[in-house]
Each structure stands twice: as C-alpha cells, then as structure tokens.
Design a protein around this ligand. Structure first.
Ligand SMILES: *Cc1c(COP(=O)(O)O)cnc(C)c1O
Length: 391
C-alpha cells in the first residue's frame, strides 16, 4: 500500500485568492489602517459568532494569546500558575514571560490531568492554564468545579483543540479565556497566528490594548468602550497583533472547519479501531461526552520496555511512518524535564512514565481511508515484529 505524506498540509481554499490579491494590490496589511472591516476585525467577529462568545482578539500566535491572557488577569509578579506536566513548552514559556511561576501537575497514562494532584496543588495558585494536549480533554466538569470553589481563574489552551466538544460545549469557551493557534500543524493553518476568546469585556479590553491597539485604535474593536477608556495609557503595549494577510487566510478556512473536524475524527477512529486489534497497543478512549477533533493519534505500547518502544519507532520510521515517543526523542519540547528555564523543576513520576511510552503519529485530516489503512498496517507490522523479537 502506498503511504501518504503525513507532513503535508491541506491546500488552502481557492476562494482566498481574490482577497489575497486585493491585499497585495492595496498593501493594506496592517489591521488598523482601514476605518472598518479589516480582515483581522472581520475574523474576530466571525470567530466569536462561531464559538458563541462575546469577544475575540486575533493575535500573532497562541503563545501570545496565553501571555496576554495572563497579563489581562492582572496577576501579581511571581504569581503561581498551575499547568499540566504534559503540554507544549510554549505554555510554561508564556507563564515565565508574564513574570509568573509555573507549577506543574501530574498527567495520567491517558494524557489527562491527574485530578487528585490538580486539586492538591490548586490551593496556593493564582491562575490555572488547562492544555487540551493533542485535543485530549480532561474532566472539565471536575476542573471547573474545583477552580470555582477555589476562586481561581482558568485559561484554556485550546491551541490544538479547535472543534472539540465537551458535553455539548465548545472547548475553549469553558474558562475565563480560551486560546487557539493557527500555526500550520493545527486545524486552521495560517503559518502563524492565534486568537483568544472571552465573554469578559474588561479582560478583552485590557488584552486588546496590550496586544498593540495604541492610541485610539481600540475604537475599532467592539467591546465596552468605557472599559477601554479606563485602561487608556495605563497598560504596556506588547505588539502581538495579527496582520490582515494572515487573518484573510484564517477566514477562508473557517467554513472548512466542520468538514476537517469530521474527517479528522473519521481518520482517527478508523486507525484507532485497526490498532486495537493488536494486544500490544492501547488507544485510550474518550471520556463520556468528549467529541474530539483530532489530526493525530496517540497510543501506548503494552508490555514493551524502553528498548522495545524505541525499536518499534525505528521500524515504523524505516517503513515510512514517523512515530514520536515524547520522552525518547532528544530535547522534545513536550517533555517537562527539558523545560530547564523553570527554577526548581519538579519530578513528576507518573507524567514521566507516560511520556516514556506514549506514541504520537500525525494523521492529517486530508488522509483518505486507504491512507489510514496503510499507516495502521505499518504500525501493526512494526509492533508485531518487535514483540515477537522480545518474546
Ligand atoms: C501549538 C500549541 C501551542 C502553541 O501555539 P503557537 O500558535 O505556535 O504559539 C500551545 N499549546 C499547545 C497545546 C499547542 O499544541
């Protein structure tokens, strides 16, 4: 069977060409030049409507959105921010950038937050960032309940979870602020870009100003105008705006989202079903009420030691499918022990054990069912060879 290129992106919709051409002709790339209807502004309106929230702010990346969220919460210097031990390095980086201290909590073998450790560490933190890592949703009902009881604001890092539903609600709209990415490996690809959403007019006004709406550019945003007036000239400008060209690329892909989510879920579930036929592979099931929007699959190898897991990844790679074992690849940005910019980095034995065996394979949404069968067959052959050799 012919293998697909799992690193290739889906082509952008043809419909975007005329808008890109207009932007090239007019040079109208800065979001605040036009009096009204700049692509960045239209993106905010459309994204907020799509997510069913009051406000959206388009920015240069999800990292920027996370940083601005922390800044908008007006946390004191050195505030402690609870984050999962399994996330992308951008998350603790945003915390450090905002002059706060990351506090790491354990993640379990199903890539979800360990609620016992989370509850224990919640006392004494000033904010929480929940990363829906690779689209896996932790028990958000429990997390929301705990955060509410402790009166701690929760920010959702939904960078890789656009389109995921948790018990009928859109992931990214559960917390005080939700952050999404438009980097090329996410559901919507603008190369770079991000957006934050919230229902809180004061929070978004603060984030808008700090994102670089200097002077009276905030008048081009629809949030409570008195919130802006309160903060005028009182907040630093970090200039993390999204440009119109990127915004146009994102806008053109919004109508594609439902199809991409459906195709991604179909591909994931197809491969998951095939892999489940092996006694050596365990694909964690979704929680009740979790409807994922995956563009990759994660699974655990059963009964193989570290050498066996490495041999599995080598065999799959030799056969044309790249498997990332988060804890085995050197300098992996999702392995917490590589976040050496954090003082007093804790050990998280449970999260470490998960990272040493969790396998990650990209399944871009444009793969066909035949492509998925071919990818699954490579993985099944590799695990069967390696476990025979180990027996
Ligand atoms: C991609 C990603 C980020 C960072 O997004 P950028 O837009 O590249 O800054 C943060 N968190 C998670 C879980 C991600 O997958």
């Amino acid at each position: 069977m012919r293998l697909p290129d799992i690193h290739q992106a889906e082509p952008l919709p043809d419909a975007v060409r005329s808008e890109v051409d207009r932007l090239l002709r007019t040079g109208d790339l800065f979001r605040y030049t036009a009096e009204a209807d700049a692509p960045a502004t239209l993106l905010e309106t459309e994204f907020a409507a799509m997510m069913g929230v009051k406000y959206a702010l388009a920015v240069s990346s999800c990292s920027a959105a996370l940083f601005l969220s922390l800044k908008a919460l007006d946390l004191p210097r050195d505030a402690r921010v609870l984050i999962p031990g399994f996330t992308f390095a951008a998350v603790p980086s945003a915390v450090v950038h905002a002059d706060c201290q990351p506090v790491l909590c354990e993640v379990d073998a199903t890539y979800r937050i360990d609620l016992e450790d989370f509850a224990a560490k919640l006392a004494g933190v000033d904010a929480v960032i929940i990363s829906h890592m690779r689209g896996h949703t932790s028990d958000m009902d429990a997390i929301l309940r705990l955060c509410e009881a402790a009166d701690v604001p929760m920010i959702e890092d939904a960078a890789h979870s656009l389109g995921t539903i948790w018990r009928g609600r859109r992931i990214g709209t559960l917390g005080r602020i939700g952050c999404f990415s438009f980097q090329s490996y996410k559901m919507i690809n603008a190369g770079e870009g991000g957006i934050l959403v919230t229902d809180d007019a004061d929070l978004v006004a603060r984030a808008i100003i700090m994102s670089g709406a200097y002077e009276h550019n905030w008048k081009k945003h629809q949030a409570l105008q008195e919130a802006f007036a309160t903060h005028q000239n009182r907040l630093p400008l970090y200039n993390l705006r999204l440009n119109n060209l990127s915004a146009a690329l994102v806008r053109a892909q919004l109508p594609e989202l439902p199809r991409r989510v459906a195709d991604g879920r179909r591909n994931h579930d197809l491969v998951a079903g095939l892999l489940a036929t092996s006694p050596h592979i365990c694909v964690p099931s979704p929680l009740p009420g979790e409807e994922r929007a995956p563009d990759s699959i994660q699974f655990n190898l059963v009964g193989l030691d570290t050498a066996g897991i490495a041999a599995f990844a080598d065999r799959a790679a030799a056969a044309g499918v790249k498997v990332q074992v988060f804890g085995l690849s050197a300098d992996n940005a999702r392995a917490f022990w590589n976040w050496k910019f954090i003082d007093d980095l804790p050990d998280l034995p449970q999260t470490r054990a998960m990272l040493m065996q969790a396998c990650d394979v990209r399944l871009p949404v444009q793969l066909t069912p035949d492509d998925c069968h071919a990818v699954a067959q490579v993985l099944l052959d590799a695990v069967s060879d390696v476990s025979k050799a180990a027996a």
